[in-house]
Design a protein around this ligand. Structure first.
Ligand SMILES: Cc1cc2nc3c(=O)[nH]c(=O)nc-3n(C[C@H](O)[C@H](O)[C@H](O)COP(=O)(O)O)c2cc1C
Length: 480
């Protein structure tokens, strides 16, 4: 049952957006999505991107496993020409869950197989894979590391929500130590090593992940952190600037990308009526990046824009724009119909969230018209996703269109777009949050359920959903 998504026609959607004062454009001509482009000298056959989507289906050691391989083979065959591989931790202590991939030499063979299957799948379906780019997202989960939270800064709103002792449920007080400067210096080596590995096994690009409040995103916001990685803009961007330079020097030929939060906002919690309400906060808000200190509901893009300029000048050729925190403000990251299990009902009409993504992405594209920018937050639009993407590409509001949740339900969406067929209505993502519910389900022997799309990829994820539901239904109810 849809709640907010009630559009029977494209016109109805556009009219509703207009009535809400939003700028959602739709183009019935999907031609802009099929236009090839060149990124740092590499051909990319169309504007469709599979967003990084963790499957939480690796082994406990962090190697890709059967379901991981299945996903990438299907993504490759789907028709999108840019496959943005999921978050892979650069060090074991930086993994977000017990089945997250680890970009480690021990898993070189598995990582190589991801690329190979993706390319083979693509060639089998489309003959030519010379214009396909496959990348890997390199991450450190920081505050959200599963073994122990690793904080780059203290955040007065997030710290009381950050459990540092699973037995006592104690949270991060002011005395909880921050990752120190020496450890950050050493961590740079891990990023470079992981990038070298990714290049060797065949990935075309690496993404230095700076979004969703994981470690490098928190460093960007670390105004109150002492030392060389905190305080000034120069210090807060030191880590990313250094690893970009080092990877560029040490991995010639590897394309550099970053997925960047451009607006952190503030954390939300579940209110009395299950709707999201902002957590109490004090002004000025100094621990959020891209956010007005005197009004944290409003983006302040000054620093994110400056950072993108710096990174572009240092050789980053591909920037994927995102925002929010999947644990504390999921409505910003991924506008939804049904709430994630650990979340809340949307505090705003989801179209407002989609519009926010489109508007801020357009500001980056306007500032850097030649830069390959990927926009996010499209899946809530269901079948109109591609018309919106085509209009945004046509109007220069983004270069490429990122498809997240909708790629789990229908990984071959590209085929439908490219061959001029409507999407399969039986597999069109309706943002019911089953995928997030599985990602948050930890109550099995591995400490983590694999995620995908239980309703529309039923043969594989239906039984996993049933298993998660069967043992402890409360833990995977798909609505908060
Ligand atoms: C199951 C799941 C896994 C995700 N994994 C990642 C990830 O590994 N890296 C990342 O940057 N974003 C991740 N995301 C966020 C998506 O890439 C995307 O930004 C978000 O779903 C919004 O896009 P959409 O509206 O197209 O779904 C994940 C989201 C979901 C639901």
């Amino acid at each position: 049952m849809s709640r907010d998504f009630k559009y029977k026609t494209a016109g109805a959607l556009v009219d509703d957006a207009r009535a809400r004062g939003l700028d959602i454009r739709l183009s019935p001509d999907l031609g802009p999505l099929t236009t090839p482009l060149s990124i740092a000298g590499r051909q990319v056959g169309n504007r469709l991107v599979i967003q990084p989507m963790e499957g939480c289906d690796g082994t406990l050691e962090g190697a890709p496993d059967v379901l991981t391989f299945r996903r990438y083979e299907r993504f490759g065959a789907g028709g999108a020409k840019l496959i943005w591989g999921e978050a892979a931790a650069v060090v074991p202590e930086g993994r977000a869950n017990t089945r997250q991939l680890l970009a480690d030499e021990r898993h070189a063979e598995g990582l190589e197989r991801i690329v190979r299957l993706c390319r083979e799948g693509h060639r089998a379906a489309w003959r030519d894979d010379s214009d396909l780019l496959v990348g890997l997202q390199l991450t450190h989960s920081g505050r959200y590391s599963v073994a122990r939270p690793i904080l780059a800064q203290h955040d007065p709103v997030l710290d009381p929500r950050t459990i540092v002792d699973k037995t006592t449920k104690a949270t991060a007080g002011p005395d909880y130590p921050l990752i120190d400067d020496d450890a950050l210096d050493r961590l740079q080596d891990a990023y470079v090593t992981a990038a070298r590995l990714a290049a060797r096994v065949g990935f075309d690009f690496v993404d230095l992940k700076q979004c969703h409040r994981y470690l490098l995103n928190e460093l960007l916001a670390a105004r109150t952190r002492p030392g060389k990685y905190g305080g000034s803009f120069e210090n807060r961007t030191r880590f990313i600037r250094t690893i970009v330079q080092r990877i560029k020097d040490e991995c010639p030929g590897l394309l550099l990308a970053t997925r960047l939060n451009v607006f952190d906002g503030i954390p939300y919690q579940r209110g009395d009526d299950a709707r999201g309400v902002p957590c109490p906060y004090e002004l000025p808000v100094r621990s959020s990046w891209g956010t007005r200190e005197d009004d944290p509901f409003v983006p302040d893009l000054t620093e994110p824009l400056a950072l993108v300029g710096l990174l572009r000048d240092s050789g980053v050729a591909l920037v994927n724009i995102s925002m929010g925190n999947p644990y504390a403000s999921p409505h910003l990251v991924r506008p939804f119909e049904y709430a994630p299990v650990d979340g809340y009902q949307t505090p705003e009409h989801p179209l407002i969230g989609v519009d926010r993504h489109f508007r801020v992405t357009a500001q980056f594209q306007a500032a850097y018209p030649e830069l390959a920018i990927v926009g996010s937050g499209y899946s809530w639009l269901q079948a109109y996703l591609f018309q919106a993407g085509a209009a945004n590409v046509r109007d220069g509001r983004t270069t490429l269109v990122g498809v997240g949740r909708a790629s789990l339900s229908q990984p071959d969406f590209g085929r439908h777009v490219l061959l001029g067929m409507p999407l399969d209505p039986k597999r069109t993502c309706r943002t019911f949050s089953y995928c997030t519910a599985l990602m948050r389900a930890k109550h099995n022997d591995l400490g983590q359920f694999a995620t995908g799309c239980p309703p529309f990829d039923k043969a594989v994820y239906g039984p996993i959903w049933q298993e998660a539901l069967g043992s402890e239904p409360g833990k995977v109810t798909k609505d908060a």
